[in-house]
Design a protein around this ligand. Structure first.
Ligand code: PAP
Length: 345
């Protein structure tokens, strides 16, 4: 695997400071253009709204706006570099939080987490860490922007492990940090988020499709299993995190993250409470309260920064699902994950 060396400036630095605003997918297309996609038949069989938003690509459901980026990444647009860290996740499982935590942890030398000038106080986490699919959808501009970032670089993806290019999934110089979440809470979060652009969307529709495997990042069981198995096979390059575990012990997970990326906290940092400072800086309450992350905070055309901070807790599913729905999804997950050692019960 050809992996380049790092330039002299030390990363990660906020993506927006180097490359400007994050790529914006623009408005949703009115109708799908099925001609451009070998999976057209599958996509065409979807109900109208899901059809407009999703594509079946290499055995995975991909947000339609991300397909060009995924294809470009798989075709080699992404040039790996020693020290790259990829944050991977299904949709609505804590990516925004993980971006903040990983950025604050890895950049703590340049930006002390308790400092008044920390980038996360003026930038949304998505402006600090780019989504690869969005970036590489932008043709050669994406490669140029990624190349302009100093190492170690931080980037994120919603791609399934199975469709990652070997430059990421089979590269000892590249680490992957994965975050997942109880699928019931993921679906509730996804429903609330999607309703911003589709106000008449019924939760029951999101739920039914997800039980059939059709959702952003779906089938959800394949998404988690891919990274779970990779973390078991290669724990030094894939770290498997769970949203609920970070909620219980944010500072402990900062330490885990720091060790995993090869930057363990020093005794002096421990004594100074650096892990706790990072956890506090990245907490839901702290980030949501910032001007940049309010409803008015700029973000993409469709989703202002405030859209990424809703409730920030575990267990909201109980307010949206009947006990029968919960049992059904639990049973689907249990069946799909059987024998893996992974469970969401
Ligand atoms: P994405 O897939 O669009 O990137 P993502 O950040 O993964 O979204 O998920 C958003 C969820 O994380 C929201 O959950 P909720 O709808 O159940 O509330 C959001 O509130 C939550 N979230 C965002 N930031 C934090 C944080 N700092 N701490 C805890 N939860 C957070």
């Amino acid at each position: 695997m050809a992996t380049a060396n790092a330039p002299s400036v030390v990363g990660p630095v906020p993506f927006a400071d180097v490359c400007g605003a994050r790529p914006d997918p623009g408005p949703l297309p009115k109708e799908p253009d099925d001609d451009d996609d070998a999976s057209a038949a599958t996509a065409a069989a979807l109900p109208g709204d899901a059809r407009r938003r999703l594509r079946w690509y290499q055995g995975t459901w991909v947000a339609r706006v991300c397909v060009p980026g995924v294809v470009a990444i798989r075709q080699g647009s992404f040039a790996p570099r020693r020290g790259d860290v990829v944050l991977a996740s299904p949709h609505k499982c804590g990516t925004t939080w993980l971006k903040a935590l990983a950025f604050a942890t890895m950049a703590r030398g340049a930006y002390p987490p308790a400092g008044a000038g920390h980038p996360l106080l003026r930038l949304n986490p998505h402006d600090c860490v780019p989504f690869m699919e969005m970036l590489f959808a932008d043709g050669s501009a994406g490669s140029r922007k990624m190349g302009a970032l100093p190492s170690p670089r931080l980037m994120a993806t919603h791609m399934h492990h199975a469709i990652l290019p070997a430059s990421i999934s089979n590269n000892p110089d590249c680490k992957i940090v994965y975050i997942c979440r109880n699928p019931k809470d993921m679906l509730v979060s996804l429903w609330h988020f999607t309703r911003r652009v589709q106000p008449d969307l019924a939760f029951s529709d999101v739920f039914e499709h997800a039980c059939e495997g059709v959702s952003f990042s779906g089938p959800i069981w394949d998404h988690v299993l891919g990274y779970w198995n990779a973390s078991k096979e290669s724990p030094e390059t894939v770290l498997f995190l769970r949203y609920e575990e970070i909620l219980l012990d944010p500072a402990g997970n900062v330490r885990r993250l720091a060790r995993f990326v090869g930057q363990p906290l020093s005794p002096a940092e421990e004594a100074a409470g650096v892990a706790e400072d990072i956890a506090r800086l990245c907490s839901f309450e702290a980030l949501r309260g910032l001007e940049v992350n309010t409803a008015a905070g700029s973000g993409s055309l469709l989703f202002p920064n405030g859209a990424y901070f809703r409730r920030g807790q575990a267990g909201d599913w109980a307010n949206h699902m009947t006990p029968e729905m919960a049992r059904r999804l639990d049973a689907v997950m249990e069946e799909k994950l059987r024998g893996s050692g992974l469970s969401f019960a």
